[in-house]
Design a protein around this ligand. Structure first.
Ligand code: ASP
Ligand code: MG
Length: 417
């Protein structure tokens, strides 16, 4: 017998039929003998609707009241799911965040969980109830209702699983797992049966719509096996877990890519100590996050300094840089927003040399020019012209044979019937 935390997102509880379906699914797991804690999001797009109500009413809704409002979405879904469970003969009991209680700090709209009291849940599980908990919310030390930021129900589920030392945290959603790359770009992308926490964080752009990345970090920190599965299509989903040294790993697990970046180059920067800081300090002071950084030495005692930022920050970064460049007598500032970043990710890279050069060769054969490169232990990223993105990703997916499952891929599950 295992303790499982299951989380159902908004699309899984969007209407009464879906709620009935979820109730049946929960009841089936219960019948297999598992103890179950179920976390639910608000129905469908309810949170969007509530947010709009507030912002239509006033330009800057009071943060405390915003959380009182947003938390009502999950109050509705926990009550309905619990009723549906009871109705089919499965004892169930709903909990708002403050009733558990899930204790958070006082940052309204983006609170962090600081403690969870497990007593009530343990007692109800022991008494045979399925415990249904509202996702995305908690209570601060003043007794005020808080919410955890959009998509926060994933974090609620993982935090509960960590506190209760659950055997698995299952995130039910409208896709059946995490894929080797975006199937809309590469039709033969394959569902991975497992991926490590580290890889998942690097592949976050692939999972971004599936899982809140904060939840993955949290699960990694507390070693909670996390499984992404589809609510409506049966299947094993994707297990996100720790690397198991006894397993054979595919060298490359997946390919992440994004068009969200922009490139900035400061040309002819005097090559003296402190210039990198002088360029980047005002950027970070403006709260702009920098991704790749590259510096090239010219032969005239100056350097070219290149870095990338999120595309939405491009205009602001360009403006800041122009002022900085003038002050430090750099030659010019140029930029490009039509770039894309492609990353190969895999823990197997640690023990396999030459992945980067193979990647560059494949892109070269396709006639794709690489503008920037950065590497880490389990990742190689390149920046290219945005118009070659699809071509590049397809060529790499093909060449590294990601459509084929690795020989030994299943990870042992902690769940026991
Ligand atoms: N209902 C909240 C949202 O839409 C929390 C969640 O779904 O995870 O962001
Ligand atoms: Mg969600």
């Amino acid at each position: 017998m295992s303790l499982i935390v299951q989380k159902f997102g908004g699309t899984s509880v969007k209407d009464l039929d879906s709620i009935r379906y979820v109730a049946k699914k929960v009841m089936m797991a219960r019948k297999q003998g598992h103890d179950l804690v179920v976390v639910v999001s608000a129905m469908g797009h309810e949170t969007d609707r509530l947010e709009k109500l507030a912002t239509n009413l006033c330009a800057h809704p009071h943060p405390r009241e915003m959380d009182v409002l947003l938390s009502t979405g999950e109050q509705v879904s926990i009550a309905l799911l619990s009723m549906a469970l009871v109705d089919i003969g499965c004892p169930a009991k709903s909990y708002m965040g403050f009733q558990v209680p899930i204790q958070t700090d006082s940052q309204f709209n983006k609170a962090r969980i600081v403690a969870i009291d497990e007593e009530n849940i343990r007692r109800d599980l022991k008494a045979g109830f399925v415990v249904v908990v509202a996702g995305f919310q908690g209570v601060d030390e003043n007794g005020d209702i808080t919410t955890l930021g959009r998509g926060g129900s994933d974090t609620t589920a993982v935090a509960l699983a960590a506190r209760l030392e659950a055997d698995e945290c299952q995130i039910y959603t409208d896709v059946d797992g995490v894929y080797t790359t975006d199937p809309r770009t590469v039709p033969d992308a394959r569902r991975m049966s497992c991926v490590t926490f580290e890889e998942m964080l690097e592949l976050s752009s692939l999972g971004a719509n599936v899982l809140q990345i904060r939840a993955v970090e949290f699960a990694g920190k507390y070693n909670v096996p996390l499984r992404v599965l589809s609510t409506f299509v049966e299947g094993p989903g994707t297990l996100i877990t720790y690397e198991d040294n006894n397993m054979e790993h595919a060298v490359v697990s997946g390919i992440a890519f994004s068009r969200d970046e922009a490139k900035l180059i400061v040309r002819g920067v005097p090559d003296v100590p402190g210039v990198a800081a002088k360029i980047l300090m005002p950027i970070s002071d403006a709260n702009i996050e920098v991704d790749m950084i590259i510096q090239n030495l010219g032969d005239d005692g100056t350097t070219d300094f290149t870095f990338t930022v999120h595309r939405r920050d491009y205009d602001q970064a360009l403006k800041i840089l122009k002022a900085v460049a003038k002050e430090m007598k750099a030659k010019s500032v140029v930029g490009d927003t039509k770039i894309a970043k492609v990353s190969l990710v895999g823990v197997g890279m640690r023990s396999h040399a030459g992945i980067a050069s193979t990647m560059f060769k494949i892109l070269g054969q396709e006639g794709i020019n690489i503008q920037l490169i950065s590497t880490s232990e389990i990742k190689v990223s390149v920046v290219m012209d945005e118009k070659y993105l699809e071509l590049g990703v397809r060529a790499l997916h093909d060449a590294f044979e990601l459509h084929k499952a690795p020989v030994q891929e299943e990870y042992p599950s902690r769940i026991r019937a």
